[in-house]
Design a protein around this ligand. Structure first.
Ligand SMILES: [Zn+2]
Length: 245
């Protein structure tokens, strides 16, 4: 076991001017951290990242068209299961664009994001007070987790609770993951039902092109917001640490 190394490790970073030879002038750590933050931000607009989000948009189009097939439309459970799986895959894919898949724990994170994007629909059953799918999909009004006003409330409350509980940096991205999972789900549902901005009511159904472009843009928006709020810095440093066994 060779222990830990980090992108900020002075022995491997020419930024710190302390590589082999050690005769270059040392660069302050703060500059290295700023450079690391800028690199993390640039990564979200890398060609690989942009390609991944374009692929996400295309996946939505293919999945939505597949769901329109009459064989699927005629089977309530199959339609609901595939629709929910699509929500999960969109959430999973979006979070993968935000963090980039570099190591095993990233895989667990994107799976969690997918799970969160999927389980939102359980509120249909909660509101129906029954496990009947027929009752769950024919509710007189939208179920609670589909209120889009709740997204900032839940994410900011979670951030606040984590700050109160002094949770470690490893959890810093959780509110953003929840944001991506809920936002992608709500935007996809909004093509049929509009966005429910309680207590003000529903918007008109979202145009299809707007849903696709918003879904493909959200991961990049999330990355920029994470950068602006300092989360991106923590996450990039976290992801720059590898365990060499
Ligand atoms: Zn839904």
């Amino acid at each position: 076991m060779q222990g830990f190394y980090s992108k900020l490790d002075s022995s491997s970073s020419p930024l710190l001017g302390m590589g082999v030879g050690g005769d270059r002038a040392p660069v302050p750590l703060s500059l290295a951290v700023e450079t690391e933050k800028a690199q993390a931000l640039l990564q979200t607009f890398s060609s690989a990242s942009l390609l991944a989000s374009a692929g996400l948009g295309m996946f939505c189009v293919v999945a939505d068209h597949t769901l329109q097939m009459s064989t699927i439309q005629h089977h309530l459970w199959l339609r609901a299961a595939l629709d929910n799986a699509t929500h999960g895959l969109v959430g999973l894919w979006s979070w993968a664009v935000v963090i980039g898949l570099r190591k095993k724990s990233d895989l667990y994170e994107v799976l969690l994001a997918g799970l969160l994007a999927s389980i939102i629909d359980l509120d249909h059953f909660y509101m129906a007070g029954s496990l009947s799918l027929k009752a769950a999909v024919s509710l007189p009004q939208r179920p609670p987790l589909h209120c889009s006003s709740l997204i900032p409330v839940i994410c900011l409350s979670l951030r606040f609770l984590m700050w109160i509980g002094r949770l470690k940096d490893a959890w810093c991205s959780l509110p953003w993951m929840l944001f991506i999972s809920m936002a992608t789900h709500h935007v996809r549902d909004a093509v049929r039902h509009g966005l429910w901005v309680c207590p003000f009511g529903n918007t008109a159904p979202l145009p299809y092109w707007l849903y696709i472009s918003t879904t493909a843009t959200l991961p990049h928006l999330c990355s920029v917001l994470m950068y602006l709020t300092g989360t991106r810095d923590v996450i990039s440093t976290k992801h720059g640490v590898a365990i060499d066994v």
